[in-house]
Design a protein around this ligand. Sequence first.
Ligand SMILES: *Cc1c(COP(=O)(O)O)cnc(C)c1O
Length: 357
Amino acid sequence: MSALPNNSPTSLVRPAIAAIDGYVPGEQPQAGKWVKLNTNENPYAPSPAVARALAATAAGRTLAKYPDSTATAFRRRAAEVLGVEPDWIICGNGSDDLLTILVRTFVGESECLRMPYPSYILYRTLAGIQGAGCDEVHYQRDWSLGEDFTRPRDDLRLAIIANPNSPSGTLLPPARVAEIAARLPCAVVVDEAYGDFSETNCLGLVKDNPRVIVTRSFSKSYALAGLRFGFAVAQPAMIEQLLKVKDSYNCDTLSIAAATAAIDDQAWLADNRVKIIATRRRLIDALRGLGFEALESQANFVWFTHPSRPHKPIYEALKAQGILIRFMNYAGWGDGLRVTVGTDDEIDAFLTCLKTI
Ligand SMILES: *Cc1c(COP(=O)(O)O)cnc(C)c1O
């Protein structure tokens, strides 16, 4: 007689899955009127060219067919904008999809992914899904990376650096990232989800180092978080390997058309960037005026702490007034608050409420 099957999901799934906590994204309330400054969405409407592209694509029989599996139209246009060739680009269903592809490509069971800490916690989750280790190297107090980030390790297969970093909004200079990448023996991903808001970026490193991969997102700078589109740039031989790992149709026809229209409208991007950066300046100065320590930011959010007040009650009091920001508590590091650069009106509402707390 065979033993009864064990129906407990935690014993049915791979041990690596049972062992991890799933990644928990920021709250996305589906009802009610919120001033939503918690997940770094762009507060403005995307380029009007996006709606036109979506309408044109939805008409007729286009959607009856499978999408172009490598988003050729997008890659052609993006290549012109970025100054590379189309075969240097792979597209994804948001840059999170590309991060999944990258971790699956490089990091096997019992191997290791290295990331700075604190940073985007999804990297740790993706390593966990692989049954791999995550080597979290603490940022220095000034948010630079020390020599311990490049120390050798036999099982090291991939390093991921968010640059600008979240939650700090700080940027490692491209020359420093180039140095780190040159010293590391493994593939190095520079997650530039916020790269369009920063003064410099690491796209140029891809040409010099075949191990460097830069990822970009349409969720923040292009105001298309609901669309799900991102891409990565690397040398063609590297892209060829990544293409083997992605789902055949990881980007749908609508998102490819919309993202192509969005990247074609660089005037919209430049105008939006100016607005966000101006509001960011005002926000940082106002927070400092209220006695907070607010970091200079190269992204569309600001990390701030108070020298004496506990942070969680501030987050809670704002939430009670309908203003959602992010309270972050990093084990072994400390906690703080992250606020997205919203419209000027949203930031005024946030600051007015903060003054009363
Ligand atoms: C928002 C964010 C992403 C995810 O971007 P999507 O394109 O929406 O998947 C990736 N990395 C970092 C650091 C982010 O903040």
